[in-house]
Design a protein. Structure first.
Length: 174
């Protein structure tokens, strides 16, 4: 059995590991090389349609969305990066058309915060359970507690009918 101090230290190590893993996972893009068609579809999913309410151009049937999808395909074929293509539409329509979340500043914190909160909650529960378990193992029943249990058991035995006993008086008052 681990001591409460070791459980606490282990929970903090686990919390740190989860936080670091979440940060690393959130910043590494390891999808590998994509074809031009896959890149164009991915970029189109991160650019909002200027006529639609928050819908990406990849999902919109508006005429402007069809034009933007064709433009994105041409820009990908021309060798522009995904960021350059998105910046083209940000410059043309404004920041609101960029549907891809930023990985820096406050936005990055918002995306990482749920993982940190879950890690903290797990760590806090581990500490609470370790303390609860340590307190519970130090307690034992007193002589007075044993006496109360004996009295309750003896009262319970005297009020129960014997097994197979006479039950003729049950229901007579009805």
């Amino acid at each position: 059995m681990l001591s409460p101090g070791r459980v606490r230290a282990l929970s903090w190590v686990l919390l740190g590991t989860v936080a670091i893993a979440a940060l690393v996972y959130g910043t590494i893009d390891n999808d590998g090389p994509k074809s031009n068609a896959e890149r164009a579809a991915a970029v189109a999913a991160t650019v909002a349609c200027p006529e639609c309410d928050g819908q990406p151009v990849s999902d919109s049937n508006a005429p402007i969305a069809e034009i933007i999808r064709v433009e994105i395909k041409k820009q990908v074929d021309a060798g522009l990066t995904d960021a350059q293509i998105r910046q083209t539409y940000v410059d043309q329509y404004g920041e609101w058309v960029d549907l891809s979340p930023s990985r820096s500043g406050l936005t990055g914190v918002v995306w990482i915060a749920p993982f940190l909160v879950i890690g903290l909650a797990v760590g806090a529960l581990a500490i609470a359970f370790a303390r609860w378990n340590a307190n519970a193992s130090n307690q034992s029943a007193s002589a007075e507690d044993h006496q109360l249990v004996q009295q309750a058991q003896s009262r319970g035995q005297s009020t129960r009918p014997a097994a197979g006993g006479d039950t003729s008086d049950i229901g007579e008052g009805q």
